[in-house]
Ligand binder design. Structure first.
Ligand SMILES: Cc1cc2nc3c(=O)[nH]c(=O)nc-3n(C[C@H](O)[C@H](O)[C@H](O)COP(=O)(O)OP(=O)(O)OC[C@H]3O[C@@H](n4cnc5c(N)ncnc54)[C@H](O)[C@@H]3O)c2cc1C
Length: 419
């Protein structure tokens, strides 16, 4: 049997910070963590005071350097009502900013920092049993291969968060007196045009008709966000289909949110974050914030066929080009909602020209713009572009820098029939 001074259960923020503080105070500490990291967790919009604890544990340098989205307040919206609060407008001393963090990366950084300070963390080590019957409690663990081991310690600190390890082991759990709520959530590439949204604030949106239903939108750095909705299980059951379909349907009920997320791509692969909300992982009762919440993660891909995804990718790239080169202009012949050139229009209205169904005029204007030093991207469906063939020929003969964008036939046919 292994002898330790302090056992900490869980390597979430609480476990990593507590174990570092204990180690810094000269104690022997081992952390037992059920999962391997990075792992998904919810709870991504931090409050400034949290960072005081991170700093006290000697980890603030790593967090400051991580490039997380700065947070300076919170915004609340319902229909046309909007109010926001800036943490800088405070009456007491203290930090005025925090961060909005994908927890997979944030928690991993904290745990790595704890290890760097000499804390021993054992991943994939769950707690099978605890025994407090003798003076020094005994904790029996089980690793991923099913091997059991027992450790004895002077103290056991339960930092298992949602796991509620000791409460379960010691049968201390009691039903919450608060009404049960469920949450549907995902991470997404939010596609929110620059300048139309304050990314430094978590946004809480109350459903326009149902006061007890609310959404969170937490922007991360890199154009990603966390989106979730909280409601009673009965209310959510009224929306059929996959978790993604239900979340999308709920977002569509709020004009403001639907407008903001018109270009969002929902995903659950968490690429880059190691964040993987488990598909359909259901109904975990939580005592956090005195609420009992059931969580359902989402895994989804954009509902577009291959040509649609290529068009969306091209339009996204065009927006990126527009951000780095002010000469980039986009011309559209009334199909911007299919070619996604309206993504560019949303962000750079002053560099977007609408020609409705006059393709010849569009290519002609592109030639003029190119002659004056712009880099024009006229875009429409391939077959519509044939109407401007003379103009395209003249642009070629003139050796003008006009970038023609066309969309593939298969998708074209499907889309034309929809018009
Ligand atoms: C829907 C929702 C939204 C939220 N939003 C926010 C927010 O915006 N901002 C905010 O600050 N907070 C938010 N919270 C609260 C936040 O998620 C928690 O307060 C936070 O995760 C608690 O951190 P922790 O380290 O205590 O526990 P956790 O993050 O739960 O970490 C506990 C660790 O213990 C491990 N563990 C569990 N059981 C065992 C076991 N038996 N053996 C070994 N290891 C075990 C787990 O694998 C996990 O890694 C939200 C909560 C919910 C439910």
């Amino acid at each position: 049997m292994e002898d330790r001074e302090i056992i900490v259960i869980g390597a979430g923020p609480a476990g990593s910070i507590a174990s570092s503080l204990l180690k810094r105070a000269g104690h022997d500490v081992v952390v037992l963590e059920r999962e391997s990291f990075p792992r998904f967790s919810i709870g991504e919009s931090l409050l400034p005071h949290c960072l005081d604890l991170v700093a006290e544990a000697g980890m603030i340098g790593a967090i400051d350097a991580a490039g997380f989205q700065l947070k300076n307040g919170a915004a609340f919206a319902r229909g046309d009502y909007y109010a926001d609060f800036d943490f800088g407008q405070q009456y007491s001393r203290g930090r005025a900013t925090a961060f909005q963090v994908p927890r997979a990366r944030f928690d991993q950084l904290l745990a790595d920092e704890a290890e760097r300070q000499g804390v021993e963390i054992r991943y994939r080590t769950g707690i099978a049993a605890v025994d407090f019957s003798s003076a020094r409690p005994a904790v029996t663990t089980r690793d991923a291969a099913g091997n059991a081991a027992t450790l004895r310690a002077d103290f056991v600190l339960d930092a298992s968060g949602f796991g509620r390890c000791l409460a379960r082991q010691l049968e201390l759990e009691r039903p919450s007196p608060f009404p049960v709520r469920q949450a549907l959530f995902t991470h997404l590439a939010d596609g929110i045009p620059r300048g139309s949204f304050d990314r430094q604030k978590i946004r809480i949106v109350v459903h326009p008709r149902h006061r007890e239903v609310w959404f969170w939108l937490i922007p991360f750095s890199g154009g990603r966000s966390s989106l979730g909705v909280v409601a009673t299980p009965e209310f959510l059951a009224g929306f059929g289909g996959t978790p993604e379909a239900r979340l999308r349907a709920l977002v569509a009920e709020d004009g403001g949110l639907a407008g903001l997320l018109g270009w969002a791509v929902f995903f659950g692969d968490g690429s880059g974050d190691g964040a993987v909300p488990g598909l359909g992982s259901a109904a975990v009762a939580l005592a956090a914030a005195s609420l009992a919440l059931g969580l359902v993660g989402l895994v989804s891909l954009p509902r577009l066929d291959r040509a649609g995804r290529i068009a969306l990718a091209a339009a996204t790239a065009l927006v990126a080009l527009g951000r780095i080169d002010p000469r980039v202009v986009v011309l559209d012949a009334d199909v911007g909602n299919s070619t996604y050139s309206n993504k560019f229009e949303a962000e750079f209205p002053e560099r977007f020209y609408q020609f409705f169904i006059a393709e010849q005029a569009m290519v002609g204007a592109a030639m003029g713009l190119a002659a004056r030093g712009a880099i024009p991207f006229p875009s429409t469906f391939a077959c519509f572009l044939t109407r401007a063939s003379d103009f395209i020929r003249m642009a070629g003969i003139s050796n003008l820098n006009v970038k023609l964008a066309q969309v593939k036939g298969k998708w074209l046919v499907a889309d034309i029939s929809a018009q």
